[in-house]
Design a protein around this ligand. Structure first.
Ligand code: SAM
Length: 251
């Protein structure tokens, strides 16, 4: 067996019913054929994915886990021994799905990478720390609502599917977990300068207690106090409101 390594976020899923539920949550949305599993570890999800219609690629950073898993994989399943964050995702094809029980210490970075590859990534089924999952799925006005909620909800329909207790893993993590599904919506491009949209979202939430008039000053300069939208805080705005701001303040 593989000795779990804490620094790689290795908490192996030991609840087979939950594993089945996760894999069954894939819908093949928009007809993608290639599926990438991030962090297969010792294969709790991988072995079930072998029975699906998807062409599977797995990407694992841990040499020991990869060596263990390799023995059980058929030849047509690629196992890339690499850091998912420094991998060129264009190798996965023009359209693909992403599944993974993610290493929680880098889950936000992976979610930003999914956002950056939104043209390719049609569907994700991801296990995350429960708080992170709730944040991504949350609505404006809630305390959890943040940068990733706005950016991902602009391009994905996000669903929080179910939660799992620490005892479903070995070793048990300190936190509860939740599975989300994100399916690409019909929006190809936002009706604004998307780089400016991202800058506004980030600037707004980086100082989330401040009103937008102040929080966004580095991006949009001094604006009149009478501007009603800018009297609000970032957490009160939908992604469509941020698009509206990006349209108004385009250079
Ligand atoms: N999929 C397995 C399961 O459900 O039992 C393992 C999940 S475990 C929470 C996370 C996995 O991601 C580990 O196997 C770990 O080695 C791997 N991992 C951690 N950091 C990684 C990275 N930067 N790139 C690729 N895999 C990584």
């Amino acid at each position: 067996m593989v000795k779990p390594k804490k620094k790689l976020g290795q908490h192996f899923l030991i609840n087979t019913e939950a594993a089945n539920r996760i894999v069954d949550s894939l819908t093949g949305h928009h007809g993608y054929k290639n599926l990438v599993e991030i962090g297969p570890g010792t294969g709790a999800l991988t072995c079930l994915l072998l029975n699906t219609e998807f062409q599977l690629t797995t990407i694992e950073i841990d040499e020991e886990a990869a060596g263990y898993l390799k023995r059980y994989l058929p030849e047509d399943v690629e196992l890339i021994l690499a850091d998912v964050l420094s991998t060129d995702w264009s190798r996965f094809g023009e359209q693909f799905g992403v599944l993974g029980n993610l290493p929680y210490n880098i889950s936000s970075q992976i979610l930003f990478m999914i956002f950056d590859h939104r043209e390719q990534v049609q569907e994700c089924v991801l296990m995350l720390q429960k708080e992170v999952a709730e944040r991504i799925a949350s609505s404006p006005g809630s305390r959890e609502y943040g940068i990733l909620s706005v950016l991902l909800q602009a391009f994905y329909d996000v669903e929080l599917l179910f939660t799992l207790p620490p005892t479903d893993f070995f070793p048990p993590p300190d936190v509860h977990s939740a599975v989300i599904r994100m399916r690409r919506n019909k929006i190809d491009k936002l009706n604004c300068d998307e780089k400016l949209f991202v800058r506004l979202v980030k600037a707004g939430f980086n100082q989330r207690r401040k009103k937008l008039r102040n929080a966004l000053k580095p991006v949009i300069g001094e604006q009149p106090e009478t501007d009603l939208v800018l009297q609000k805080r970032a957490e009160q705005l939908t992604w469509q409101d941020f698009v509206g701001l990006a349209q108004r303040f385009k250079k």
